[in-house]
Design a protein around this ligand. Structure first.
Ligand code: ADP
Ligand code: MG
Length: 721
């Protein structure tokens, strides 16, 4: 039996699955026997290793295996329904209480066994749990009982599912069945010491021991990750095969002059990234590479080097920023960097002309826009900088060779295909995506597995490190701080801030993040601005920036701050990206506990850009354990990659995977967080397999299985060539 065979068998073939149960199963996305066998237990109950009721301690959370004695319900005040159950084990009795969940009456029928999990309290001298999590375990006799994600409202119990799984296993595994096909090549089984697939499937559903669960899980996790990596690697190779790229001249004079003209040496990481990019550029295959690096790691230079390689070979380059403001900043910075460079030009007497960088934004007048568009087509503009509109509108380049995309724009296969339409030539431009939000390496393999990745994990020398403090104090606008200690710490912070300003430095104050509405956010920024200007920082010039000020006012405030006329800038998160004021050395983030790690790290990156010592103050009280871990992580580290790992550990993978990963639903067991090593192994195996066998023609079982997880079009594209 293969997974495909199992997929063709409907659940209605199972004993006891009529139309009603089938509908309930469909609610759990279980329609066939493949779905059923990959509906894995949520956890396991080890019967020999359970607490007894007598051991439960008041005020503590615990789980206990009990038998239901009776369950009653009655109406109480306010029309609510109270459900009361009495349950017992060998050591005593416990009361279980629910409100307004009438279906519990059916669930907690007398005689049923259940594991209940919740906080223990005392009611009239008896132990009680209110609204516990209930897992019915049925009357299975094994030592280890699997608990399935269940849908009790739909009338499906964990033991129903266990029954059907057992039936399916009985019929498909020997001696009754022919066994489940293992598509992994023998050498991979050996290399990782994996058990066979049928053993793994049996072992995860009805294990004899928890060790067996472990080895089964390890095997099945790898299978999931391998499928995902195979799809990604096949996609990458397919694009490389089908799209024609520009083979750039990588050691042209422009790049050389540019690097030689820099007032500093490239960092090792910059050099390595440029080398990696150059290798891609030289090949006639379109590059699709992600450049990850912390704020200030020097991504711009690397991107400029790539764009110059295009210009060196007579092509053009484009850089896209997420906002007009950032596009303007890039334009100003890059024009300055490239001011002295010239390119060869046969049409003129000196056979050369200045390299031309242009800004294309929506603020351009019609005449300028028309001129720029025609120069882009003619090829007399070498580098165009703008927003997404650079590729979305009817902008046509004479010969677009390299496209740089700043800041984690979602840039998928479709956009890549569209780029080809952007250039008068036949070739697809090379694409470099820059992001300042590092994501952990193994997560990158999973999310960006069809991209190559370069990492700037080294800051240019001479940066003064940022010292980060965490002031455990309530928000400024809360009622009077209750803890004396907290307000003393805040006082100390303002003292240091005042002395920094007195010695000529500048300060950012970031206002609390208020999700509910922009109006509240603005109100709080206003209030903090008022308060600081009249109390803590009354001797200084304080400015205010938030989402409701007009663009003109915003520019004016930024200019005042940049030029040093304002000592303090109170702002909402609008300053998160792109603001660069080297004289600003203090970053204060109020209610810091409301921000995520990545955002705090980005905000902190606004200081530490000049020669002076910088500091960051996180003000806030952690209300949860993970909140505390988040803030402490910021205090402990300024390394974006290390912080990204912490973030992944704390938050799980949901936020990283986001919408990009359509294959997400296929990962039923694997976790980006727990299975880092397996991701690495699966990646390696996928590359080996595909490079040795590009269409998986010799690994037919794997290829067929992969088709289960791909839509028809992708399968056609990836596997049929
Ligand atoms: P990123 O885009 O990664 O945030 P930038 O490219 O804007 O970083 O660089 C930040 C600053 O560091 C710029 O002022 C740049 O001139 C400077 N810089 C970049 N590379 C180096 C280097 N190798 N040595 C010294 N300074 C550098
Ligand atoms: Mg930058």
């Amino acid at each position: 039996m293969t997974y495909q065979d199992l997929e063709r068998l409907d659940v209605s073939r199972l004993k006891g699955v009529g139309p009603k149960k089938a509908a309930s199963l469909a609610e759990l996305e279980i329609r066939n026997l493949f779905d059923l066998l990959t509906h894995y237990p949520r956890r396991y109950i080890d019967r020999t290793n359970q607490a007894t009721i007598a051991e439960l301690v008041e005020g503590k959370e615990a789980s206990v295996l009990v038998t239901i004695k009776r369950t009653t319900s009655r109406r109480i005040k306010g029309g609510k329904v109270l459900i009361n159950s009495t349950a017992f084990d060998d050591s005593g009795q416990i009361r279980i209480t629910f409100f307004n969940q009438r279906w519990r009456e059916r669930q907690l029928e007398a005689g049923r066994q259940a594991v209940i999990y919740g906080k223990v309290d005392m009611y009239r001298g008896q132990r009680q749990m209110t609204n516990p999590i209930v897992d019915l375990v049925g009357d299975k006799t094994g030592r280890i009982v699997p608990v399935y994600p269940q849908s009790e409202k739909a009338g499906l119990h964990s033991w129903d599912i266990a029954e059907w799984v057992a039936e399916t296993l009985r019929r498909s595994l020997p001696p009754a069945g022919r066994g489940i096909v293992d598509p992994l090549p023998e050498y991979l089984l050996d290399r990782h010491d994996f058990i066979r697939r049928d053993a793994a499937i049996a072992g995860i559903h009805s294990p004899e021991s928890m060790a067996e669960v472990g080895s089964s899980r390890r095997r099945l996790v790898f299978d999931e990750l391998l499928r995902l990596q195979l799809a990604l690697v096949l996609r990458k190779r397919a694009i490389e095969r089908t799209a024609k790229g520009v083979a750039h001249a990588i050691d042209g004079p422009l790049v050389e002059q540019f690097v030689a003209g820099l007032p500093f040496d490239l960092t090792g990481a910059q050099q390595r990234s440029i080398d990696e990019i150059n290798q891609d550029l030289a090949r006639p295959i379109p590059m699709h590479r992600l450049l990850q690096g912390d704020v200030g790691a020097g991504k711009t230079l690397v991107a400029v080097a790539a764009m110059l390689a295009a210009v060196d070979g007579g092509h053009q380059a484009a850089m896209m920023a997420p906002t007009e403001v950032l596009a303007e900043q890039h334009y100003a910075g890059i024009s300055k960097l490239l001011a002295d460079l010239t390119v060869s030009d046969d049409s003129n007497l000196f056979a050369e002309r200045p390299l031309k960088v242009e800004l294309l934004t929506n603020r351009l007048g019609a005449a300028d826009r028309k001129r720029i568009l025609s120069e882009l087509l003619l090829g007399t503009i070498d580098i165009a900088i703008g927003t997404h509109s650079l590729i979305q509108e009817s902008v046509m380049f004479g010969s677009l060779g390299v496209v740089v995309i700043d800041e984690q724009h979602r840039f998928g296969v479709e956009q890549r295909a569209a780029l080809k339409e952007q250039s008068y030539t036949e070739e697809t431009p090379d694409v470099l995506v820059m992001t300042a939000t590092p994501i952990p390496r193994t997560a990158a393999m999973t999310v960006y597995g069809d991209l190559d990745v370069s990492v700037l994990n080294e800051l240019p020398p001479g940066r003064t490190p940022i010292t980060t403090h965490w002031v455990q104090a309530p928000g400024m606008l809360d009622e009077a701080p209750t803890e004396l200690e907290a307000s003393a710490a805040l006082e100390q912070m303002w003292d240091e801030v005042r002395s920094e300003i007195s010695s000529g430095r500048q300060v950012y104050v970031v206002c609390p993040l208020i999700d509910e509405s922009e109006k509240l956010q603005v109100a709080s920024a206003d209030a903090i601005f008022e308060r600081l200007g009249s109390v803590e920082l009354s001797d200084f010039n304080v400015g205010l920036l938030h989402g409701r000020v007009s663009a003109a006012e915003k520019d004016q405030t930024m200019d005042l701050f940049r030029e040093g006329h304002l000592d303090v800038l109170v702002a909402t998160t609008v300053i998160e990206v792109g603001v660069d004021v080297p004289n600003a050395t203090v970053m204060i983030i109020l209610d810091a506990n409301r921000f995520g790690i990545a955002q705090l790290h980005q905000l902190r990156g606004r200081v530490g850009r000049g020669a002076h010592m910088s500091s960051c103050w996180l003000v806030g009280e952690a209300t949860t354990e993970s909140g505390e871990a988040r803030l402490q992580a910021l205090v402990d580290s300024t390394d974006g990659f290390a912080l990204a790992e912490v973030d992944l550990d704390l938050r799980g993978e949901g936020t990283i995977l986001g919408e990009r990963q359509k294959g997400r639903n296929d990962l039923k067991l694997a976790s980006l967080r727990r299975d880092k090593e397996a991701i690495q192994h699966a990646r390696e195996a996928a590359i080996e397999l595909v490079d040795a066998d590009p269409m998986l023609a010799k690994n037919t079982e794997l290829a067929q299985e992969l088709e289960l997880f791909l839509d028809e079009e992708s399968a056609e594209f990836l596997l049929k060539g």
